[in-house]
Write a protein that binds this ligand. Sequence first.
Ligand SMILES: Cc1cc2nc3c(=O)[nH]c(=O)nc-3n(C[C@H](O)[C@H](O)[C@H](O)COP(=O)(O)O)c2cc1C
Length: 442
Amino acid sequence: MLDTLMSVDEAIFTRRTCRKFRKDPVSPETLTKIIDAARYAPSSCNLQLWDFVLVNDPETKAEVAEETRYVHLAPVSLFVSYGNNYTRENYAWVQSAAAAIQNMMLMAHSLGVASCWVDTLGDVDRVRRILGLPAEREILALVLFGYPELIPKAPRRRAIDILLHYDKYKGRLNWPSSDDPEEWTLEQIRDFQMAKIRNGARYNKPVPSERDAVLEALGEFVHVQDGRWLDVLPLTGLYTEEIASRYPKVDLTFAEMTDQVFEFVQDRAPRTLRHELYPDAFHEGPEGYDVMSLIFRLEGYPRDERRQYLTTMRRRIKDDGQLFLAFVNRRSYHRPLRWMRGRIGHSGVEYALAPDPSLGPFKAATPGEIRADLHATGWRVRDRRHFFAVPPSDEIEFRAGRKGRKVKLAGQALTRISQLLQPVGPVLGPVARVHAWDVIPA
Ligand SMILES: Cc1cc2nc3c(=O)[nH]c(=O)nc-3n(C[C@H](O)[C@H](O)[C@H](O)COP(=O)(O)O)c2cc1C
């Protein structure tokens, strides 16, 4: 009999999702104890219609890996299926399977074994067929087990007073599902950002070619050595970090909406930065800035709001100052890409197609719209660069990455087409996805 190492209390509060496992195997005895914990989970009508498939055979694993590469991450890959044709009411079958998964993960943790609950399974019907499961045994998840190489920091949790309601729901968090900022208030955008930050947004990564393109344009347009720089609403601070290290002598301030985001941006910056609260401190803030930056942030706010901050920015910049602006052009492959993602269910704010991984609504703009906003708020465009008339190969790889075989094959075809079109890229400027503009006071 294996002894567990911790109390229920400790197991619940210290379990973490692990995504980096050591290669050492998990003994059959330990695995049996983990599966045993699943058997004792509650199930709707006590039907216990779960079946677990442990994938060990290298050939089967390779085939399954065409749909989900997660199977290569850990020594143990366990697929969880549940009978879907008895208790569909209120998703009782899903609830039952989830209870079993949670039992297994807690038991594993108490035995020193780390785990990861995975729903990124590609074409799940194909996985089911590869594993020989009948149609009525639907796969819900893959659970990875193994000894941990790296345990991530605990993501913050929503506070009890926000999520617990007495008698009637009095929720303070209420977000639209749409990714169109026109449907959001500033307060909702702010709350959503806080929630996402709490969930550890720092683990997300941008597409490298996109980041490099923006930095290339920044280097071409902005040559200051020192002076004052205001980075407006940088959100994750991806570019604030770059500005702080590429322009080490500038006095850099960023404007954001919450303490949580301040902390998040400051954490990744190489030096201590000033910050000011948006909107109040920002709109009342001092003048005299040499440079301002607004990088993929016009697209995240309602149009009235962005005209307001462009107006304030104009007031606060020196007459010979400059604004570095980058945005995603809606009249580009952005539109079909967004449509295709919608077809596989990746739509709405949770999947907003923003360059810096999305922490809120995002609607790509047209150059005409942006020009009109700038014109109306006292700015004019001095120079411009554009990038990616066709998707760069790392973006295709990034998007197709863990999505399954069909998407990957489509991605490979697209990579070939985009390589063929590369030479004509420069003349396709108007339909390029990323635009970077050098903007000055009018
Ligand atoms: C239904 C479900 C699906 C998940 N799918 C994935 C996944 O596909 N990939 C992944 O890395 N993590 C996945 N996770 C893990 C969550 O990201 C993780 O539980 C969350 O960030 C909280 O972290 P914690 O488990 O360490 O508390 C999933 C979790 C659940 C409950």
